[in-house]
Design a protein around this ligand. Structure first.
Ligand code: ASP
Length: 143
């Protein structure tokens, strides 16, 4: 784990994943980019498969160092290891955060078609929350 503060990232980052009663997954990510980013830089957030991805397996939204997220095609990798390795959602998230993020600090939230919720990050913390239709609500920052 690295000691960088989470405020290195854009505080405006908002990612959302959802699954409906039919098992249809969706993901969306809004970002202000990174601090001191180059003019014209496009991060991972709008790149489907990198910072944002949804399919018939899961929905994933990422935050953190976009270049590392892009190199690892992080969001798609979660779905891929579920499909090809048969991992559950949290296992897939843990695998991807550990094995597919080279030098970068990042995190992600994910939901599966069966309604599992998972998150993972390799930095100090990640603001996150979860709500389900039966009224369960949870927020967190640290591990
Ligand atoms: N991943 C974004 C980027 O690199 C930053 C963020 O929103 O977390 O542009």
């Amino acid at each position: 784990m690295n000691g960088l503060p989470i405020s290195v990232y854009a505080p405006e980052t908002v990612g959302c994943v959802a699954v409906d009663s039919q098992g249809c997954c969706a993901a969306a990510t809004s970002t202000g980019g990174l601090m001191n980013k180059k003019t014209g830089r496009i991060g991972d957030s709008p790149l489907i498969g990198a910072g944002t991805y949804a399919c018939d397996v899961c929905g994933v939204s990422c935050t953190g160092e976009g270049e590392a997220i892009i190199r690892g095609t992080l969001a798609r990798e979660v779905a891929a290891v579920m499909e090809y390795k048969g991992l559950g959602l949290q296992e897939a998230v843990d695998f991807v955060v550990k094995e597919r993020l080279d030098e970068g600090l990042a995190g992600l939230i994910a939901v599966s078609k069966t309604g599992e919720v998972a998150y993972g990050f390799n930095c100090v913390g990640m603001f996150r929350g979860c709500a389900t239709e039966d009224g369960f609500m949870e927020v967190g920052i640290w591990e």
